[in-house]
Design a protein around this ligand. Structure first.
Ligand code: HEC
Length: 138
């Protein structure tokens, strides 16, 4: 849903500024990644900018009270136990980060903050969960 919003916003932006995005708008799957970059550039997208909810966007779901309000989904439980060891889950929930930023933070938490390295499988589970639900990209 967010990507559709992003697309219509980009098209509106392009219409207003005269940038041709027709190729991007009709992009085939194989060109999807390149198109995304094009769209992002056209919108001056900055992954480090705090995400602002767009006015028409549906509010984020309440989340599971058992996991301190983390949105339900595969990986929610693992994320809760791993990440609440040192700080509030609120610190996680308030984020909208790019995939690259989540990857970086995982490493940072282990190397700089002493988070246990739970192995590749746990890493994938939790990072996939965070990227799915607490992302600035989707
Ligand atoms: C070993 C302790 C520890 C664990 C476990 C831990 N963190 Fe952290 N985390 C920290 C510390 C310390 C900070 C810095 C807090 C501060 O800024 O005061 C932090 C900060 C953060 C921030 C804010 C970063 C920023 O740029 O401001 C996020 C997001 C975060 N953690 C996510 C997570 C997630 C997701 C997990 C679980 C995968 C996790 N943390 C597990 C110690 C931990």
């Amino acid at each position: 849903m967010y990507s559709r919003l992003l697309l219509s916003a980009a098209i509106a932006f392009a219409a207003a500024t005269g940038i041709s995005l027709s190729a991007a708008a009709q992009g085939s799957d194989s060109r999807a990644a390149a198109d995304e970059i094009l769209l992002a550039q056209a919108m001056r997208y900055d992954p480090m900018r705090p995400a602002m909810p767009s006015p028409g966007a549906a509010p984020r779901p309440e989340g599971n009270p058992e996991f301190d309000g983390l949105i339900d989904g595969p990986g929610a439980e693992e994320t809760f136990y791993m990440c609440s060891a040192c700080h509030s889950i609120a610190l996680v929930k308030q984020q909208r980060l790019s995939d690259a930023r989540w990857d970086y933070l995982w490493k940072w938490m282990i190397e700089e903050q002493g988070m246990a390295d739970g192995g590749e499988e746990l890493r994938e589970t939790i990072l996939n969960y965070l990227k799915e639900h607490y992302s600035s990209q989707r």
